[in-house]
Write a protein of this length. Structure first.
Length: 83
């Protein structure tokens, strides 16, 4: 067929909600899928490209959870003041 099978979501959206903006979404989806096929991108690669453009080029070498110091309050904090 001419269209990708993932395009059916947009067709169903247009069939159930016929508006100009849904028609514009379909035209945008056709342009997006066609350009992805032209540049030999799969859907996963397009989503990864979109995510990397949205987040930026900063990639920390250490995970964010490792940057925060670990705090051990011990069992004394759970029981209250020991004296």
């Amino acid at each position: 067929m001419f269209f990708d099978a993932r395009f059916i979501f947009f067709v169903v959206l247009l069939v159930f909600h016929i508006r100009w903006w849904t028609f514009a979404v379909i035209v945008f989806a056709i342009a997006g899928f066609t350009s992805a096929i032209y540049f030999n991108y799969s859907l996963e690669n397009v989503l990864r490209l979109f995510r990397s453009k949205l987040v930026g080029s900063f990639r920390p070498a250490v995970a964010y959870t490792r940057l925060r110091p670990m705090v051990d309050y011990g069992s004394d904090a759970l029981r209250g003041h020991v004296g």
